[in-house]
Design a protein around this ligand. Structure first.
Ligand SMILES: [Zn+2]
Length: 368
């Protein structure tokens, strides 16, 4: 039975349950793991258990007290969640210490000093910890150096290298692995059954295939279920494997798909992430195919399962290991650009401009 409905992270749960039973929950944590594996949900669930004044053994919140009810509703006064605003590249300083007129009279670092209003602890959750500005990180550092009694601070990020060494050294590091594809499929089915995902026309085989291609990320699996994206993947593989690569066509079609997500930036970025993720799978599979299986899984990514569409594209591309490596690098750069809030059309153009010269030439006697 999963702890509090958390699937796929039993090792992390066991660690916290053991610490709680010894009465030794640390004051600062750094959650590290890929996007979409449930780190944020875990942080909120843990917070609910930590603030409940009458928890049961096994770090189980009682579920009935005012603290539990407000935590479930997302309105608990002692659970403080901050994240990067969509339109900013970093979490602004004022989120931590208040704006100029209210320095250290507002903000997370000030609020955590106050006594708990309801529960037995205060918990601060900092999502998007990859995007702390240096100024903000320095302010937070002071809080991490001397965390108030009965408080816990949870930073949630994707890579250890993205955190300042000074932050890392003051936190207990908790690693979250990509989810097993079977777990992703189970959660997708649960969400479809509960109506959280629209299920029109989604059959079992599609769910399994999306889960297998999700790289262990639930958010990516949910996007893959989107029929527009599912249809585009075949087209993308066609364009990527075409010799020679037509960068302008590729950029135009990717751009059209991204714009069709609507006017808002978050769904546009989410779509582009999926497209680039599929391209990354293609170049990684090409690298594995040209370099034998020696490099398989070297970068810690879960290997995609046998996928005839992908294998066919890789075989017809026939690029070298060097060409595949350039593809991987350009695509990772583009993915990084999304996280840095780069202008998306420029980013897509730059991606294709760098891909084109590195792609294999037209086969003899062919080409446009
Ligand atoms: Zn409770």
């Amino acid at each position: 039975m999963a702890w509090q409905g958390i699937e796929g992270h039993d090792d992390v749960v066991a660690r916290f349950v053991a610490a709680a039973s010894r009465g030794r929950i640390a004051g600062a944590f750094l959650f590290i793991g890929p996007d979409g594996v449930g780190k944020g949900l875990f942080a909120r669930t843990l917070a609910k258990a930590l603030v409940c004044p009458a928890p049961r053994p096994g770090l189980e919140p009682c579920g009935n007290c005012p603290s539990c009810i407000q935590a479930s509703a997302g309105s608990h006064p002692d659970i403080d969640v901050v994240e990067k605003p969509e339109d900013r590249a970093t979490i602004p300083l004022e989120v931590f210490i208040g704006d100029r007129e209210h320095r250290m009279r507002e903000g997370l670092c000030w609020r955590i000093l106050l006594a708990p209003a309801l529960g037995r602890r205060k918990v601060a959750i900092i999502l998007d910890a990859d995007h702390l500005s240096d100024e903000a990180a320095n302010c937070l550092l002071k809080t991490l150096e001397e965390p108030p009694d009965s408080s816990a601070i949870i930073l949630v990020g994707t890579a250890l290298e993205r955190q300042l060494p000074t932050i890392r050294s003051r936190c207990q590091i908790i690693r979250f692995a990509p989810l097993e594809s079977g777990t992703v499929a189970t959660i997708l089915r649960r969400d479809i059954a509960s109506g959280a995902i629209e299920a029109a026309g989604i059959d079992d085989a599609t769910i399994d295939s999306c889960a297998a291609r999700s790289g262990g990320s639930l958010s990516r699996a949910r996007l893959l279920l989107d029929p527009h994206l599912a249809g585009f993947r075949a087209r993308l593989l066609d364009m990527l494997s075409h010799r020679p690569l037509h960068g302008v066509d590729l950029a135009r079609e990717v751009q059209q798909l991204v714009e069709a997500a609507g006017k808002d930036a978050p769904p546009r970025r989410a779509r582009l992430r999926v497209v680039l993720g599929a391209a990354l799978d293609f170049f990684r599979a090409s690298l594995r195919s040209s370099a034998g299986s020696a490099d398989a899984g070297r970068d810690g990514e879960r290997q995609p399962t046998a996928d005839p569409e992908l294998q066919h594209a890789v075989a017809s591309w026939g690029g070298s290991a060097e060409q595949a490596t350039v593809g991987i690098r350009c695509t990772l750069d583009a993915l990084d650009g999304i996280e840095r809030n780069a202008h998306l059309p420029t980013l897509v153009d730059a991606w294709t401009v760098h891909l084109e010269p590195a792609a294999p030439p037209a086969p003899p006697g062919k080409g446009r």
